[in-house]
Design a protein. Structure first.
Length: 154
């Protein structure tokens, strides 16, 4: 404790601020998502007013966008899930259903449509670089489209 007294507004602002950190050996590549400022659209609503599903959804979108910045033009992002035999899902979309569900949409390794619905308490997502699904087309960068949607009011 510093002995300083915060105003009510300062206390509310501190409670709404996100906390993040990272320790890493390799400092090459893009700045990690934990060290980047939240987009205005995400920061607009205080964390305390978001459901666990909404807050998880927003951060996963930011992680995907950041991960895709490190991919080469021949790679796309896919999701893997710890503790699951779901395998990889080539990302086509992500959603949430407040207060506690996050949904992943995409295709599996055989090209079959796949949807995984997961409770936020069970959320374990691994991002993986995989070869493009269509070698003759530009790689999909879903994270940037998802991040744009964060600021959209429905």
């Amino acid at each position: 404790m510093t002995g300083e007294i915060d105003t009510a507004a300062e206390a509310m602002e501190a409670a709404a601020m996100t906390r993040a950190g990272i320790a890493r050996c390799d400092r090459s590549g893009p700045e990690p998502a934990e060290l980047q400022p939240l987009p205005e659209a995400v920061a607009r609503k205080p964390v305390g007013e978001k459901s666990p599903a909404e807050w998880a959804y927003e951060r996963i979108v930011l992680y995907i966008r950041n991960f895709e910045e490190s991919l080469n033009p021949e790679e796309e992002a896919a999701l893997g899930f710890a503790g699951s035999n779901t395998g990889l899902i080539r990302i086509a979309g992500i959603g949430f259903f407040a207060p506690d569900l996050v949904t992943f949409y995409g295709t599996d390794g055989q090209g079959h449509r796949t949807q995984l619905i997961q409770h936020v308490s069970q959320l374990n997502v691994a991002l993986r670089a995989v070869p493009k699904a269509r070698p003759d087309e530009p790689a999909q960068r879903i994270g940037f489209r998802l991040a744009e949607d964060l600021g959209r009011e429905d």
